[in-house]
Design a protein around this ligand. Structure first.
Ligand code: MN
Length: 138
């Protein structure tokens, strides 16, 4: 057993992997004997990941706010606090906040044998992001 006290700094998501301001808190880190990686990812309004895949898939659980998720070839889906999404291994996708709200999700995955969590691709363009549905209340 090992207790990790609340002393790890929040880190900014790198601009190669994200558009807009994103902040990441570590929740679980892979180690000898465990492939689990988990992070609490805070997206500011309009911020989102680039397109990417995960070698063993990924579950995200929305803890706050309203966001979007999209798999390649699918439409942009609205996700809200309490929703969870599973992305299949190798499935191209992105996730992020809606333009007018923060979105925080817990991201959970198993790294591969080499410790890789994701393979990153192109940023989600403004035009791709603009295809999202409205989240205004009817
Ligand atoms: Mn992902």
């Amino acid at each position: 057993m090992k207790i990790i006290r609340n002393g790890i700094n929040t880190v900014a998501g790198p601009s190669e992997w994200f558009t807009g301001a994103v902040f990441v808190d570590a929740v679980a880190a892979p180690s000898e004997g465990s492939h689990l990686s988990a992070s609490s990812v805070h997206f500011t309004p309009g911020a989102r990941t680039a397109w990417h895949t995960h070698p063993n898939g990924q579950t995200i659980f929305v803890t706050e706010g309203i966001g979007f998720a999209q798999r390649r070839g699918g439409s942009i889906e609205v996700i809200r606090a309490g929703d969870r999404v599973f992305f299949e291994p190798g499935e191209h996708h992105w996730h992020g906040a809606v333009p007018t709200r923060f979105m925080t999700h817990l991201a959970m995955l198993e790294v591969d044998a080499k410790g890789n969590a994701a393979t990153w691709g192109d940023h989600v363009s403004a035009a791709e992001y603009a295809a999202a549905p409205s989240t205004e209340e009817a």
